[in-house]
Design a protein around this ligand. Structure first.
Ligand code: NAP
Length: 520
């Protein structure tokens, strides 16, 4: 039995007492256990703040970027082992495992490159503002590293990328991290952090790992610290209400649920390349990582007159998805990560059906699987629902079913489509497919205020566009409202969560010297 360790104050340690069993979701065998009981988590927080903070603030962006580059190489070097671990501990297919592992090394590499570009400086400056009557008295907004520690709390579905995308930004900004993966899938995160630590590139105190509960650590955060959370809206709401957040203004970033939409604009004929891209992306977003992606498509909006044809096209493609042992080449979809996720998936479908949605493919029952012992594993079937009265079925816009399912809904006008998308109350990403510029503009502008990202796919870019679920480090990730109201990544933008903006007011010549600002 593997005992998953935490990495605290520069040493690998295991908790005591009852541990949480970590289960292979394909076989239901227990493969590891994790516990953080009895570990000095408060001491680790203070040590990270002091030692890690001091070490990171002594480096400029380019040097921190070099650290990230070494971490990226370490993750890439451990790629095969991490992919194998992901298949076993997370039930991901090889392709889904790569999405997580390569996402981690790629994001670290991106921020390494940004560090090199920012050079030896350790602060960021904004364009200066003239304050006095003459050009002598000026205001300069400057971003400096906050002298705190970042507590990173992650969801179960991206054990590698989840840690890496937060760490890349935080380290480049100069803030040490205490990172906590979700317990159910922390074996993979543990393996990745072992590889990172083994690279001997991390400044002492820059990264600590807690596998298991963080107890009351959120309450121990101080005014210069921050909390970056990814997970369910319920946990996010609980953490936001922590006394440390309310009373000490601990900075919080929340990445939570999202009922992401894919919209087919009017005027796209069946078989057209934009139509094919739409069907391809919806199927991918419903089934990649067995639908356990925060950015997965949950709601599909299509013009009323083509709803029947879209339904048939999606059913045809989804029926081809082979479900089973994620280690087999022919399998396109593995199990859900835990028994609880499967139970939630089934009850979520129940809620949608009760509200008037009709299951047109799949459903809550066990799907046919290949390469798996009968009756074993947390498998869900690719499930398509249809809702012909989207205005009145509230749960379809409010309840995230975190598995391989989405609901197809017809609309009559683009204004109605945008209004229906907005019923999701804030999302991470929406994708819009069409060629008519005016209709696309109406959809994109109607949807944008409710989202962190909108992907607009037209015929000219179908062959090079990403699918909507792919989070790129150069663009912001996050969304308003239900999605948590947070923002991560986005290149240099992401650093600001970990830095303090200060308006420095004074003699322009002196400010220019201090911050080497370019003259306007
Ligand atoms: P979850 O149950 O809310 O757990 C998320 C994390 O919070 C886990 O690490 C969990 O630890 C921890 N946690 C729970 N209670 C806590 C507390 N009182 N104090 C500190 N930490 C606490 O969510 P999940 O089931 O792992 O993730 C699924 C959800 O995440 C979905 O709703 C999905 O949409 C969302 N998600 C969002 C994004 C995004 O970027 N917006 C990305 C991925 C997932 P334990 O595991 O030890 O309980």
């Amino acid at each position: 039995m593997i005992k998953v360790e935490s990495y605290l104050k520069g040493a690998w340690v295991t908790g005591t007492g009852a541990a949480t069993a970590l289960v292979d979701p394909t076989t239901e065998e227990t493969i590891a256990e994790a516990s953080s009981r009895g570990l000095d988590l408060h001491g680790a927080l203070a040590w990270g703040r002091e030692v890690g903070g001091r070490n990171l603030r002594a480096l400029g962006f380019a040097q921190r970027g070099a650290v990230l580059k070494a971490l990226s190489k370490a993750v890439h070097g451990a790629r095969e082992a991490l992919i194998e671990c992901s298949i076993q501990s997370g039930g991901t297919t090889r392709s889904d495992a790569k999405f997580d592992v390569d996402g981690a090394s790629g994001t670290l590499a991106y921020y390494a490159g940004l560090g090199a570009k920012l050079g030896d400086a350790s602060f960021l400056v904004e364009p200066a503002e003239q304050l006095g009557q003459s050009a002598r008295f000026f205001g300069q907004h400057v971003w400096t590293t906050r002298p705190g520690v970042a507590l990173h709390v992650n969801a179960f579905n991206f054990p590698c990328w989840g840690l890496a995308e937060k760490l890349a930004v935080s380290l480049l900004a100069g803030v040490p991290a205490v990172s906590k993966p979700a317990t159910s899938t922390c074996l993979l995160t543990y393996r990745m952090v072992q590889a990172m630590v083994g690279a001997n590139a991390l400044p002492e105190g820059a990264l600590q790992l807690v596998c298991g509960s963080v107890g009351d650590l959120v309450e121990a955060l101080g005014p210069s610290d921050c909390l970056a959370f990814t997970g369910s809206a319920d946990t996010g709401a609980k953490l936001r209400a922590a006394r440390s957040v309310v009373e000490r203004s601990v900075r919080v970033n929340v990445e939570a649920d999202s009922l992401n939409s894919a919209v087919l604009a009017p005027g796209i004929a069946p078989g057209d390349e934009v139509w094919r891209a739409f069907v391809r992306d919806v199927v991918k977003e419903m089934t990649q990582k067995s639908g356990q992606k925060c950015t997965a498509t949950r709601r599909i909006f299509v013009p009323k007159e083509v709803a029947g044809e879209v339904e048939e096209a999606l059913k045809e493609e989804l029926s081809r998805i082979v479900v089973g042992h994620p280690g087999l080449d022919e399998v396109r979809m593995g199990p859900l990560a835990t028994a609880q996720q499967l139970a939630d998936f089934r009850s979520g479908l129940g809620k949608l059906v009760e509200s008037g949605c009709k299951i047109v493919l799949g459903g809550p029952g066990a799907p046919t699987t290949v390469g798996v012992e009968a009756g074993k594993g947390f498998f869900a079937a690719p499930t398509l629902l249809r809702c012909d009265a989207p205005e009145s079925a509230a749960p379809v816009h409010e309840h995230e079913v975190f598995g391989p399912s989405a609901t197809l809904m017809p609309y009559e006008t683009v204004e109605q489509a945008a209004a229906l998308v907005a019923r999701g109350q804030g999302g991470l990403v929406a994708s819009v497919y069409g060629d008519d510029r005016e209709l696309m503009k109406a959809l994109v502008l109607g949807i944008a205020p409710f989202h962190g990202r909108v992907l607009s796919i037209s015929g000219k870019i179908v062959d090079q566009a990403i699918s909507p679920g792919l989070v790129l480090p150069s663009c912001v990730h996050g969304g308003p409202g239900r999605a948590g109201g947070g923002e991560e990544l986005g290149g240099e933008r992401g650093l600001r969560f970990y830095m303090q903006r200060t308006a420095i007011q004074g003699d322009r010549a002196l400010l220019d010297k201090m911050f080497e600002t370019p003259k306007a």
